[in-house]
Design a protein around this ligand. Structure first.
Ligand SMILES: [Zn+2]
Length: 335
């Protein structure tokens, strides 16, 4: 296990929230105060535990052991961000990228093994949205959206200062709204979902489509033409675009077209003041922001064109973003 400690000995009793981010490969955790200052982070593998119960008890033990090293710390609660997590039930449901299947009562197990009652759970995208609301660019903004562009597409919406959960906690599945009827096959079993175009995998699918649509002589000039499908990453595409590769720029143009289409639709429903992009593909910066803005404008209902939502990068993206988001669930609950 890796632990990085930044204990501040100068102040008095610190009230800290523990953020736990459950990923398919690693589980990372950290202690965060109400201003978003991170006191330590650590991580251990999500895989290799004999059962889900054993995994949950490892989270509890590791977190408690680490917290004991911080002087004068009071734990306000534990927030957990996980794929397919449902806030209302405290369970992870049928997560495709975890080794355990079915319905997993994570919140209840963490309460049992830590003795801490205030345990909050939500999916990673909603945790990121609450993080943006409490520590990031969403502070003081009552209506905004966060779109996470990672392996999949996640989203969270804040309307009139409150996170939208929907009647069953499932609101915010913009990634599975249709942008191309009858389009690309999606992991959800449907076709043409936003996720199949604008996730890390989606942009790769676009890359191969654009390459095969380009005259062979021109395609051969692109550094992307020599890369096999399994080896290609969205970073390689943005690196090529930064060097002015016309193929890579067309890939971003098409990705922005799809994202902008979807965000124009979203605007007609929620009228957000700002839409924040978060996650791997957001690191492409203006390469993704610029074509998305132009597409939003092309596809936007006339009434909204005068005062279009601002499209910006998340203010809390970075190495600790997932931990910050998970910890924010605790403050949202106590605040
Ligand atoms: Zn889908």
């Amino acid at each position: 296990m890796k632990i990085f400690s930044k204990t501040d000995h100068s102040s008095g009793m610190k009230k800290l929230a523990i953020g736990v981010d459950i990923g398919g490969t690693n589980t990372s955790f950290g202690a965060v105060d109400q201003s978003g200052k991170v006191y330590f982070t650590g991580s251990f593998p999500t895989t290799g535990h004999p059962s889900f119960e054993a995994y949950a008890s490892t989270i509890a033990r590791t977190v408690l052991e680490t917290v004991r090293r911080i002087d004068d710390a009071e734990i306000a609660g534990i927030g957990i961000g996980a794929p397919n997590a449902v806030r209302e039930t405290g369970r992870i449901e049928q997560a495709a990228n975890l080794a355990w299947k079915g319905s997993l009562p994570i919140a209840e197990l963490i309460r049992k093994y830590t003795g801490i009652d205030n345990v909050r759970l939500d999916n990673d995208a909603k945790a990121a949205t609450v993080g943006e609301m409490l520590y990031g660019g969403g502070r003081g903004i009552d209506n905004f959206a966060v779109i996470t562009l990672g392996t999949g597409i996640g989203s969270g919406f804040v309307v009139n200062g409150r996170l939208v959960t929907g009647h069953d906690g499932q609101a915010g599945e913009l990634g599975h709204s249709t942008v191309v009827p009858g389009g690309r096959t999606c992991g959800c079993g449907r076709k043409g979902c936003l996720e199949t175009y604008t996730s890390a995998v989606g942009i790769k699918r676009t890359a191969f489509e654009v390459l095969s649509d380009t005259l062979p002589a021109e395609a051969a000039l692109s550094p992307l033409s020599a890369i096999a499908y399994n080896d290609m990453t969205s970073k390689m595409i943005s690196d090529a675009a930064r060097q002015g590769d016309p193929v890579a720029l067309r890939i971003f143009e098409q990705t922005g077209e799809m994202l902008g289409r979807s965000l124009a639709n979203l605007t007609t429903v929620l009228s957000p003041e700002v839409i924040f992009l978060f996650g791997g593909l957001a690191r492409a910066g203006e390469l993704i922001l610029d074509p998305t803005r132009r597409s939003m404008e092309r596809n936007m209902l006339e009434n909204f064109k005068r005062d279009m939502p601002r499209l910006a990068l998340s203010a809390i993206d970075g190495d600790n973003a997932a931990i910050l988001g998970a910890s924010a669930l605790v403050w949202q609950a106590v605040g």
